[in-house]
Design a protein around this ligand. Structure first.
Ligand code: KG4
Ligand code: ZN
Length: 337
């Protein structure tokens, strides 16, 4: 089966074609970062309008790249949520209309299931069961995964997502948007001995997270010190180290508590190299394996949606003619395959 996947949940328009025999055949992406940068963050209405502009050209490009005619496509997958509802509706409307026009089945994919299954697109995909650490701009989740659609949330952030904390701290330091990658670069010039930030919620049992305090800690540190390039780099490093260390401590707990020695890390923050280095070391210590998507599939992309949608279409899932998009959608309400 060959599936066209469409991702429009936030500020990236992604389109890809996945084939069960041939694997990923094309993957194209248009990032709206430059457009939102002057506002310091994503402007939802501008995002929706830009998805409208980009989507059809991207679909054509994706089909060309895969040398695929529409008769060769067996189904359409699009991100149905969670995300910005206007942006989601653009992908949903285009996906459903194409499917209707071409006489194909379509499926609305859960964005986080897409992220979570993205490592399956790599060589040596992780076997079930595994612990998934899902770290994006909107979510921080620890999930015990026993199969596709079998997701048991065992830990989550009680306030800001870790990606959001990266973004807010970067903004505070005047580093711009999106904050994660630029904060990581800035942290490379930081002095690790200057500041030590707390590791929130690691001094009590449990697998939940809280990241809003780290951002406040960064703000107070900034105000208490002379604001210059070195101070910014030192704060960036202290923040990143604390965030990474906190995630690692909870992953270690999750591995020990469940006895599952396979970790999957996905979502935008899984592109962070300091996090990867720390979790690789943890895996060695715990005699566990850790899997990540390739860097460009850590952040939003069409490939993960094509792939996750393909699995569900293959399992016979079909949508009724009406369509919906959900700004909120708990991942543990999905049907098990
Ligand atoms: O998965 P994603 O593209 O979108 C959501 O589903 O939210 O994740 C975006 C988030 C942003 O908060 C961004 O700052 C963060 O991932 N991010 C990073 C890095 N690259 C992206 N955070 C830390 N280090 C990075 N290298
Ligand atoms: Zn995402």
């Amino acid at each position: 089966m060959r599936v066209l996947g469409i991702e429009t949940s936030c500020d990236e328009s992604g389109v890809a074609i996945y084939d069960t025999k041939l694997g990923l055949m094309s993957d194209v992406l248009y990032s709206q970062v430059a457009m939102h940068a002057e506002y310091g963050g994503v402007v939802p209405e501008l995002a929706s309008r830009d998805h409208v502009r980009r989507l059809l050209p991207l679909i054509r490009e994706s089909m060309q790249q895969a040398a695929t005619a529409r008769e060769q496509i067996g189904g359409i997958a699009y991100t149905a949520g969670p995300g910005l509802v206007g942006a989601l509706l653009v992908g949903a409307a285009v996906g459903r209309s194409l499917a209707w026009g071409w006489g194909l089945p379509s499926i609305g994919v859960h964005h986080l299931e897409g992220h979570l299954l993205a490592p399956m697109l790599e060589d040596n995909p992780p076997p079930f069961p595994f612990i998934a650490l899902l770290v994006s701009g909107g979510h921080t989740l620890l999930i015990s995964v026993t199969g596709v659609g079998q997701y048991n949330v065992i830990g989550e952030s009680l306030d800001d997502a870790v990606g959001e904390a990266f973004d807010k701290t970067a903004k505070l330091l005047g580093l711009g948007y999106p904050g994660g990658p630029v904060l990581e670069q800035t942290a490379k010039r930081g002095d690790p001995s200057r500041f030590k930030f707390p590791r929130p919620m690691t001094d009590r049992p449990g697998l939940d997270f809280s990241f809003s305090g780290l951002k406040t800690f960064a703000m107070n540190t900034l105000h208490a010190n002379e604001m210059n390039e070195q101070t910014k780099a030192d704060i960036a490093l202290a923040f990143q180290t604390a965030a990474v260390e906190t995630l690692a401590i909870k992953c270690q707990r999750a591995i020990r508590e469940t006895g599952i020695k396979q970790l999957v890390v996905a979502g935008g923050v899984s592109a962070n190299n300091a996090l990867r280095v720390r979790l690789n070391a943890l895996a060695v210590k715990e005699r566990a394996r850790v899997a990540y998507p390739r860097l460009k599939f850590c952040t939003d992309n069409g490939a993960m949606i094509a792939y996750a949608g393909c699995l569900r279409l293959l399992a016979g899932e079909r949508e009724p003619p009406r369509f919906e998009a959900r700004a909120r959608w708990p991942i543990d309400t999905l049907t098990a395959l």
